[in-house]
Design a protein around this ligand. Structure first.
Ligand SMILES: NC(=O)c1ccc[n+]([C@@H]2O[C@H](COP(=O)([O-])OP(=O)(O)OC[C@H]3O[C@@H](n4cnc5c(N)ncnc54)[C@H](O)[C@@H]3O)[C@@H](O)[C@H]2O)c1
Length: 265
């Protein structure tokens, strides 16, 4: 308890899934959290549940003017900004041969553009606050090849590379701002639960060819398995962790899918 006392954080895409879990644990550890999302109903509900340390702002990460307004509002109302979790993301099915320009642009706009705008506009506010920590949600989809979610994999690659360059910029300019990326495996969230349906609708799931039993379903991690890492990276405990790519996948990338899916520990 109290690992984030006195800190003010913004978590994007906080109406559900990993972002909601991040906001809950950060508040449990003493932070004040501004939850943002395009899903107003769930965002407002979660913030109300979390009480006085939380407030919800409707915010679409794709638009730079909304970032400017959000950061200005936080600096007026909360008076500082210590942590930004660029968590909002979307996934669409499609491989290199059938991904449309619209699919590519949409996924890139949320993950790559949104993370770029977030870093760009948070840094002046963090400078004014004496430093900060930026945590960018990437994925194992940019560590291994994920051909059926091509635009998602590419967008997360952009997030990873952006994060390293932001970290080095902040060190070179002595800004006392850190920037790291987190690369989750499959976690139990609405995004992952909807993925099978999206792939099927795009015709990207081959029907079974034999009567053999299907392979065991991969065991999903819990949202808090990522949120505890967010708490650590947001806290001063990680003051020397910077420009790091933190993979949290219970060995999925270590074995490159050549072994059966991991069992929960
Ligand atoms: N769940 C996983 O297994 C997993 C694995 C790797 C990476 N990730 C990444 O973690 C992040 C959270 O994933 P999740 O599984 O919780 O997803 P989710 O779909 O369950 O929740 C994402 C939230 O982002 C919001 N959002 C979407 N577009 C937005 C926009 N333009 N502006 C603001 N908010 C927007 C949605 O409304 C939603 O509330 C994403 O960046 C995702 O790519 C998730």
């Amino acid at each position: 308890m109290g690992r984030l006392s006195g800190k003010v954080a913004i978590v994007t895409g906080a109406a559900k899934g990993l972002g909601e879990a991040d906001a809950r644990l950060m508040i449990q550890e003493g932070a004040r959290v501004v939850l943002t999302d395009v899903d107003e109903a769930n965002g407002a509900r979660v913030a109300a549940e979390l009480g006085a340390a939380a407030r919800f702002v409707r915010h679409d990460v794709r638009h730079e003017d909304e970032w400017k307004a959000l950061i200005a509002d936080v600096m007026v109302r909360e008076g500082r900004l210590d942590v930004l979790v660029n968590n909002a993301g979307v996934v669409e099915a499609g491989d290199i041969e059938n991904t449309t320009a619209e699919n590519w642009r949409f996924v890139m706009a949320v993950s790559a553009d949104g993370t770029f705008y977030g870093c760009k506009h948070a840094i002046p506010a963090m400078k004014a606050s004496g430093g900060g920590s930026i945590i960018n949600m990437a994925s194992v989809a940019c560590v291994d090849g994920y051909p059926t979610v091509l635009s998602y994999s590419a967008a997360k690659g952009a997030v990873e590379a952006l994060s390293r360059s932001v970290a080095v910029h902040c060190v070179q300019n002595r800004l006392n701002i850190r920037c790291n990326s987190i690369h989750p495996g499959s976690m139990d969230t609405p995004m992952v639960r909807s993925m099978g349906q999206k792939l099927a609708e795009a015709g990207m799931v081959a029907p079974p060819k034999t009567d053999a039993p299907p392979p065991p379903a991969p065991v999903l991690g819990a949202a808090n398995d990522i949120a505890w890492a967010v708490v650590y990276l947001a806290s001063d405990e990680s003051r020397f962790v910077n420009g790091h790519k933190l993979v949290i996948d219970n060995t999925v990338t270590v074995t490159s899918g050549t072994l059966p899916p991991p069992r929960a520990n």
